[in-house]
Each structure stands twice: as C-alpha cells, then as structure tokens.
Design a protein. Structure first.
Length: 129
C-alpha cells in the first residue's frame, strides 16, 4: 500500500468519501491530476481532486450521488465543480474521457491501486491485461 504523505489529510478524507459514493452509485471513474502523479513517484501537493467519468452518467445522477455532502458551484457543459461541505476540498469532475485527452483505448491502462487504505482507479503508462 502506498501512503500519499504530500496530500493534505482533508483531501484524503474527501477522496475516500467520493470514491465510496461513486462506487455505491455504480459510477466508474479515473482519478487524474496530482494524485496519480504523486503515486507514480513525482511528489506533488494538491488541494483538490480531479476525476474523469468512465461511465456515461447524467448530471442528475451524479448530483444525486453527491447531494448531501457536496455543493455544486459550477455546472459547465463538460465539467462539474463541487465543494465538499465537510473538508472544504474542491472536486472537479470531467464528464467525458475526451475532455481529459483520453479515449476508450485508454481504458486498457486502468489500474486499481490501494492508497492510504482507499482503493482508487488510476491510469498506468502501459496496458494492463
């Protein structure tokens, strides 16, 4: 198990909650941004969480999954931005793979990893079969 010492505790708490909620609502995702960069060996602090949805999910379903803890403050065509009401952590959710420069082919590189006792989905640099 990897420990992300560079990531603030409130971000870790938010990430655990977010991943649990997405899983409960069967919303597939990939964590992008500073968190996987740190996991793969380049320490980088982050004060927010960036996620790309793998599942086709309506905005309404996403909001329902996050409703009682996360406040939507930006509802764009391709991204929704939330604030975690408990930790005050920002969460940016990109609604389609292509927005992050990813394709369905990229999904061959998905990897489930345990970080700070939380199972996350990241992309690897090579296909995982």
């Amino acid at each position: 198990m990897m420990v992300m010492s560079y990531i603030p505790e409130q971000v870790k708490l938010c990430l655990r909650d977010l991943v649990e909620r997405l899983g409960k609502h069967k919303i597939r995702y990939v964590v992008i941004g500073a968190l996987p960069v740190h996991f793969y060996g380049r320490p980088r602090t982050s004060a927010d969480i960036d996620i790309v949805l793998v599942s086709r999910v309506s905005k309404e379903k996403l909001q329902k999954a996050l409703a009682d803890r996360y406040t939507l403050y930006y509802d764009g065509k391709t991204v929704m931005k939330f604030i975690d009401g408990t930790t005050r952590t920002g969460v940016d959710i990109l609604l389609h793979l292509s927005i992050a420069g990813l394709s369905r082919e990229s999904l061959k590189r998905l990897r489930r990893v345990e970080v700070d006792q939380t199972l996350l989905t990241f992309l690897t640099s090579c296909p995982c079969y």
